[in-house]
Write a protein that binds this ligand. Sequence first.
Ligand code: PRP
Length: 186
Amino acid sequence: MSTTSTNAALEVLFSHDQIARRVAEMGREIDRDYVGEKIVLVGVLKGAAIFLADLARSISVDNTFDFVAVSSYGKGSRTSGAVKLIKDLDNSIEGKNVIIVEDILDTGLTLNFLRGMFEQHQPKTLRIAALLDKPSRRVEKIDADYVGFTIPNQFVIGYGMDFAERYRNLQDICLMPPDAPELSAG
Ligand code: PRP
């Protein structure tokens, strides 16, 4: 088992180098798909902030950023499907090529909500880039156009992803140990 330098107790699922290579590939895919176009990258706070920062720098096509935030409904109440917008787009996306940038596509409730909301603004194109995809958890019928890694139902932290707001700064994507005291502390 390899461990992250930031916290020797955590098992690394994807190392910083693996992530960097995959994100660079995703950037090249996007470049190929949008030759001669402009893109608006819309990051979903907070988890996607680090991924967006790296993805944007892997893209050569002219791009700008925007961010939205949705309610972080506790995992327990998430089955209610109620997603609430906390921070809206700063700029209009009408007629623009939009890529929603997410750290993880899980049940799909968040991205399904955002996709519906964005479509009402009539973008020229609307796609989704998700660093991680957990298809086994899907509730809504939604897929990402660009996926970094497909994973089973594992609790992951690092590279923007948190447990109770911690660990977002880990360079690697790590597995949260199922017996971690934090998980039972609630
Ligand atoms: C995570 C992730 C996605 C969402 C995906 O956000 O960043 O936005 O969950 O889950 P879903 O597909 O089941 O809707 P979280 O609520 O943990 O907030 P964060 O981005 O601030 O960490």
